[in-house]
Design a protein around this ligand. Sequence first.
Ligand code: ATP
Ligand code: LTN
Length: 330
Amino acid sequence: MKDIVFSGIQPTHQLHIGNYIGALKQWVHIQKEHHCNFCIVDEHAITVPQDPKALRDRILTTAATYLAVGIIPEKTTLFVQSEVPQHTELGWLLMTIAKIGELERMTQFKDKSRKGGAAGAGVGLFGYPALMAADILIYDTTLVPVGDDQLQHVELTRVLARRFNERFGETFVVPNPLIQKVGARIMSLQDPAKKMSKSDTAETATLFLTDTDDSIRKKIMRSVTDSEALVHYDPEKKPAVSNLMTIYHHMTGETMKDIEKKFAGKGYGDFKKDLAEQVIQHMGPLRDKINHYLTDKTELKKILDAGRDTALKNAEAKMKVVRERMGLGR
Ligand code: ATP
Ligand code: LTN
């Protein structure tokens, strides 16, 4: 049976190789077999302050990136969250059944509100998971492919779907997360204890999909390793080297054992040099395709218009049922 898939990325910065390996690469694969909705979640992005002009630009860059990695618009519904207002409507309705204690436990909220403390954090940041649940539940989604940092949010989505169904009658499908085994969490090139992030302030920590060849080389050559000079996969004992090997595996398809054999007796310098070339070979064409879609935006806009129309139709059909079940309107 075909799954209904939903996933989204926030247009907060340029996308990085963690987003590619953890999320996008899976999406490209899944779209062949299942019905997919891939969304640019701009309303999630504004839970932390954004410059409006930069946000608009990045929405299109993110869409161009989806297409460049191989999302096929004829097979998937590709759209911008804010163009389908039923998402925020359902987000509000779900907030009325979500509990403060549940939202307080979300690690993303804890991380992002750490600086100013929970009391100073935005209410939008706090309610973020309810909007994410709405994104997912409104399309009767069965499968949600994400990186493992999002697992907790998908679990909360399941709780909210069940609670709604108990209170108001069978309405929502309870979705399953889909998280891949290797590469669900690509770590910072500078600190293997931290996930690679778009918003990392360390200059060489994140490999962006739009980085130049030189910048890719520089970042990889400067990445941290350990003092053992042994290319061996052991995420517990050798987190930095294992992270680089994970990237290598996703670029080449070679297994960890293959990679270990290839670099047996060689130092980290050789390994990093080869890794940089593999990343350039795989990511270089992607960068050119992103630029292609951005040079003439007509095609991009047409694709997003079509995606919006399909999403609007499906979302409104579901909302009619939801409003009725909850006794809203007249
Ligand atoms: P930020 O860097 O601002 O925290 P982000 O990089 O987590 O944002 P999102 O838009 O939140 O970006 O994530 C998009 C998708 O990419 C999600 O499915 C997320 O799980 C995945 N993802 C993000 N970072 C990584 C990573 N380092 N490794 C693997 N997957 C990742
Ligand atoms: N919270 C996610 C982005 C996101 C999402 C979704 C992912 C918003 N809505 C629905 C999957 C399904 C993130 O920060 N990566």
